[in-house]
Design a protein. Sequence first.
Lengths: 249, 425
Amino acid sequence: MAAQACIEIKNVYKRYKAAQEDSLSGVSLRITQGDVFGLLGPNGAGKTTLISILCGIIPVSSGDVQFYHDGEPYSETERKRRIGFVPQEYAFYQELSPRQNLDYFGAMYNLSKTKLEERREHLLQVLGLEKAADKKVGTFSGGMKRRVNLAIGIIHQPQILFLDEPTVGVDVQSRNAIIRYLQQINQDGTSIIYTSHHMSEAEEFCKNIALIDHGKVIAAGELQDLKTQHAVANLQTLFINLTGEEYRD
Amino acid sequence: MFKLYSSLRKELLLLINDKVGLALMFLMPLLLVFIITIIQDSAYKMVNENQIPLLVVNHDQGKEGAKLVGLLQKSGLFKIDAQDGIAQGSLKSELLARGKMIALYIPAAFSAGLESNAADVSSILMDDLGLEHDTTASEKISMPKLSFYNDPVLQENYSYSIISVIQSYMSVIENSLMIDRMYASMDIAERSQKLKDKMISNRVGIQQILASNNNSTAIPNSTQHNVPAWTIFAMFFMVVSLGSNIVKERINGSFLRLKTMPTTFMVVMFSKMAIYVVVAALQVALTFSMGVWILPRLGLPKLSVPDNIIATVAVIFISSMAAVSYALMIGAFAKTEQQANGFGAISIIIFGAIGGILVPTFVMPGFMQFFSNFSPLHWCLEGFYVLFLKGGSWQDLRGVFSFLGIFIVFCQLATYFKLRLERII
């Protein structure tokens, strides 16, 4: 029996105002519950646009996106409670401490005071931010800021977590810590949809992937199957074979 | 409620961490009120209380010149520096060399000319009345001319005021001479004093009444003008703190992140407005306290608090809402923090200048007075002036509330549509 879907994307098109071309052109994907799904592609392929649509930041031009849990569809309002979003940018307050940032965003996720305090202290500890918990985030290294960014996105224990380049610009230690923790929450039941330019990281982390280029899905499926199908040894070669070696500026 | 509390707490923490913004919002108005009030107060005093330094060169051969100098001295308006040794030809250079602004030259034939004119007037009157008098032809001397020298930097209306004062004393001298001469012609010279006293004491007085609605005796002074004016200026300067906050949140993705959360953007905006309206109220409390308790200790006029407390609270509230709404709009439209800070600050200075904060609108040319109506700071100031100087009623505040209400709605709508365009709302 096929695993239950948590997201079904059907024939989604997206064209921004005044744009000449579609950013997404007939994208259809099925993401299963409990998966770690990699959305991969070169710069400007449409990954961030797709994640923004899935998170409800921008609307589709046409097509349909439906969210499910245990086979049951749920509304957009409900979706906001069940998803977590970790953007590429440091989308928090650099003037505040990690503790203060978590307090604020946790409250915005409707967490009770007690639950919020419990989750806050747990995340500060597991993401190695405990010692710097009351220092201003603006003084932190890139790796620490990435961990704060992640902590905010998962403070409410989302069922689905969207990660847009969560490890860009961080050192190996921070990257390992982030990936380790993401694997752990995935094992606890959180579905993860993830974009990255680190092919080796994606290969290690993702079970299923979709390769997007020029707004279209050019390959999708289980990573191992895709490698076998295209007769390549690793994801990087698959990526280059399918998207070419030209610059994408 | 916990969500609202957290949002308010976050705004408060951001504000506390913004040291430059806090200094601009709280330290700047105190310094501005303090410095500008002292400067303007001394200017007021220079005109109203201090004696005007006047260089007098009296070359008169008779006694009327000395009488004029005596009257000017007695008036208490002038600090007279008598330098009779200076020749009229070198008076200009002497005036500038001595650092004086004004000088009065009394010519040698001053008394003789006045006496000759008085004799003529007396003669005409005696002839008209058919009374006998001494008709021995005496030498006719033309009316003397006083020479008034002033430094070109002195304001024209200030010079005219001093000339008017001198002319009024000249009238006293001339009338006195004429009465003496007429009484002498009638051989009753000893009785002239009674008439002279009567004429001088029975002059028409001018009662100064302030155009205030509550018969308030509050006299507009430097404190009464500067405390509200610079408080409003500082209120609007919150654009630097609040405006750049919004730009940061727009640019770093915090606003977009909130869009993925089960919350309404209204909570964010309401929290921002609430915190900054409280900031504006604190600014008013701080600067007004300074006007009431600290400025009088420095020898400056005390701020008279208006009687209508509810109207005062309403004016403070609508002024702070106007300032907050403007800051929100700048924050929504600026592309960078530098743009928000630079444009925000400069626009407030321009609004302040045309709105009568730096220079009162009544001294502006007509077209500038018209443009001042487009400055929100002008209407805020107008609201405070109605309360402070005119004892204003709700009726008087209608224009203030109407304009500021329109301004607030405009700013809020502009902010809403811009954020909507960016898909933040």
